[in-house]
Each structure stands twice: as structure tokens, then as C-alpha cells.
Ligand binder design. Structure first.
Ligand code: 3HC
Length: 321
């Protein structure tokens, strides 16, 4: 009885310290006590984010062998490699919360964990490399810069590095589209057609409208998310319009219009049925993406085994000396 009372009292002290860290906008570190729900939502968000980076290598990986020049190939390879690195930082950050990497991989491969809807769209043209950089990485930056201030230390620190690299990704995409838009009529048409396909899915990356977002309120109260899904979407659209003017592309939304009173662009409705279809596994490429990831994981088994054997041998040596 006494023990139970002490435990409750201890938990109250720990909860008060956690609340103080959040209220003072300080960082929670892996050694700190944290509520179970906070730990779980971080594992959910960080692992989904890591999976997105890893699956996100596929739509662009598809173009490495077909990039139109050696320079473009080198840039694209560097970018895809960066995404792998982002996935690894994020898996490491999630591991500090007590989940192991094998479990996260298992969740990805079995479909138990989500990854970003956007990576289930296909990349049939070279201009898609431009659209992914400009729109997808652009949306990612808009969403992820505030995450650099996430209350959980390892996540915020991983995001700082990731955002620096994402900004190079966004610019290389913009530059691909700019070059196409300065090219032949066929190249301009290819760029516009690609922007037409990627624009709405990129806006849906920010997640469902606030009223349909079950996690936002609590994640914002815990200083994990700093802005709501709709606020970030609006911020992104306001950024995109002047950039589209520089490129000379038309954003495919007839309702897009500056609203002087709001100080923002108004925009038309998005097709949320399509979003939920993609989340349910019925997007253009869901099955293909997960199957490819599973094959890569299976093909890499020998590397993991070799690394484990090497680590065991080193440990034995250390214990023997
Ligand atoms: N794709 C897939 N699932 C999505 C989604 C999307 N675009 N948007 C929301 N969801 C899911 C959520 O994960 C949640 O599912 P769950 O409860 O089963 O986990 C559900 O839909 C409801 O959405 P909420 O708004 O309540 O969820 P969140 O509060 O977690 O907000 C988020 C969603 C804005 C994506 C947030 O999790 C987030 O900011 N995550 C970190 C950033 C991230 O993961 N980005 C993915 C893209 S990575 C990338 O772009 C790589 C780059 O190199 C291009």
C-alpha cells in the first residue's frame, strides 16, 4: 500500500517536471521521464517520418539511370542518398524512445505503420524530378522547419540537419523546372503537366484538415507540432504562388486567388477521398513501394548478419583483454 502511494507521488513529481519542461519550451531528453502517450505519439510520428524518407527514395531512384546528363545524374544520386541518411537519423531518434529498428522495419513492411501519401504517386516523366523537388521537398521544408523546435531533443536535432539538406533538394527541383520552362514547347508542356499532377497531392502531405486531424491538438500542446495542418498548408500555398510566377507555370486551381482581407491566397477544395484511398493502400504505387522495400530489406540480410558477427567478435575480444 505504502509502495503504491509512493509510486503515485513519484509519478506526480515526474509529471510536474515534464509539464514544466513543456511550459518553459525546453527540451525533453531520452533520460527524462515522459508520459507514455507522449512517447507513443513520438514513436508514431518519427517512425512514419523515417519510413517516408526511406520509401521516398523510390520515386526518384527510378530516374537515376535515365537522368538526362551526367550532372543531373550526380545531383539526383546525391539527393536520393540524402533521403537515406534522413531515414537513418530518424530511426536513430525513434530508437531513443525504446523501439528497435527491426520492429519499425516490420511495421513498414507489413503495412502496420504509415508513410507519407505522396510517395505512392508514380514518376513517369523527367519533369517529375523537378516537381518532387519544388513541390514535395518544398512542402516537406514548410512542415519540417517548425519541427526543428520539437520538444523532444533527438527529433528536433535530427530535423535541423535534415532541413538544411531539404533546402538544397527544393532548389534543385525548382532549377530543373526552370530549365524546362526555358526550353522547347514540348519541355514546357512536360513541366506544366507534371506540376498539374503533383500540386494537389503535395498540399495533402500536410495531413487532413484540422477538424479531421485526431493528433494535432495534443501534439501541439506537447510542442511536437508547432502549427496545425491547415495553417502549414496555407503558408505553403502563399509561398508557392510567387515561385510559380517566376517559373511561368500555372498552379492547377481555378479558385486560387489573393484575399486582401485575410492576407492569404484562397484556394479550392482538395479531394480528400483520394487521400484516404492512398492511406488505405489503394494509391498508384502502394503495393509496388512496399514490395520493393521488403525485397531490399531481405537482400540486405547478409550485411546485417555480417555486421552483427563483427560486433560480437569485437565484444569477445574486448572481454578477453
Ligand atoms: N500521408 C500519410 N499519412 C498521413 C498524412 C500523409 N500525408 N497526413 C496525415 N497522415 C496520417 C497521420 O499519420 C495520422 O495517422 P495515425 O494516427 O494512424 O498515425 C492520420 O493521418 C491523421 O493525421 P493527423 O493530422 O492527426 O496526424 P499528425 O498530427 O501526426 O500530422 C503530419 C500528420 C503532419 C504528417 C505529422 O505527422 C508530421 O509533421 N510528421 C513529420 C513529417 C513527415 O512525416 N513528413 C512526411 C514526408 S517526409 C518527406 O517529405 C521526405 C522528403 O525528403 C521529401
Amino acid at each position: 500500500m505504502t509502495t503504491a502511494k509512493t509510486t503515485t507521488a513519484e509519478t506526480a513529481v515526474e509529471q510536474a517536471e515534464f509539464d514544466r519542461l513543456i511550459e518553459s519550451d525546453s527540451r525533453v531528453e531520452p533520460r527524462d521521464w515522459m508520459p507514455e502517450a507522449y512517447r507513443k505519439t513520438l514513436i508514431r510520428q518519427i517512425s512514419q517520418h523515417a519510413h517516408s524518407e526511406i520509401i521516398g527514395m523510390q520515386p526518384e531512384g527510378n530516374w537515376i539511370t535515365r537522368a538526362p546528363s551526367l550532372k543531373r545524374k550526380a545531383i539526383l544520386m546525391a539527393k536520393v542518398q540524402d533521403e537515406a541518411g534522413h531515414g537513418l537519423y530518424l530511426y536513430s531518434a525513434a530508437q531513443t524512445l525504446g523501439i528497435d529498428r527491426e520492429t519499425m522495419f516490420e511495421q513498414l513492411i507489413t503495412g502496420a505503420a504509415k508513410y507519407s501519401s505522396i510517395f505512392n504517386y508514380t514518376t513517369p516523366t523527367w519533369a517529375d524530378m523537378g516537381s518532387i523537388g519544388w513541390l514535395v521537398d518544398g512542402a516537406a521544408i514548410c512542415n519540417q522547419v517548425p519541427l526543428c523546435r520539437a520538444s523532444y531533443g533527438p527529433y528536433g536535432r535530427a530535423m535541423t540537419r535534415i532541413c538544411k539538406e531539404e533546402s538544397f533538394h527544393q532548389r534543385q527541383g525548382f532549377e530543373i523546372l526552370l530549365e524546362l520552362m526555358r526550353g522547347t514547347p514540348a519541355q514546357r508542356a512536360m513541366a506544366q503537366e507534371s506540376v498539374n499532377r503533383w500540386y494537389a497531392p503535395a498540399l495533402m502531405m500536410f495531413g487532413p484538415p484540422d477538424d479531421d486531424s485526431p493528433n494535432s491538438k495534443q501534439s501541439m500542446a506537447w510542442n511536437i507540432k508547432r502549427f496545425s495542418n491547415d495553417d502549414l498548408r496555407q503558408r505553403f500555398i502563399d509561398m508557392l504562388v510567387p515561385q510559380a510566377e517566376v517559373l511561368g507555370v500555372t498552379l492547377p486551381d481555378p479558385e486560387l486567388k489573393w484575399n486582401e482581407a485575410r492576407g492569404h491566397y484562397d484556394f479550392g477544395p482538395l479531394n480528400w477521398d483520394e487521400f484516404y484511398e492512398v492511406l488505405a493502400g489503394r494509391g498508384q504505387a502502394n503495393a509496388q513501394r512496399v514490395a520493393k522495400r521488403k525485397k531490399a530489406h531481405d537482400d540486405g540480410a547478409w550485411v546485417r548478419e555480417a555486421a552483427r558477427a563483427y560486433a560480437d567478435a569485437r565484444m569477445e575480444e574486448r572481454l578477453a583483454s
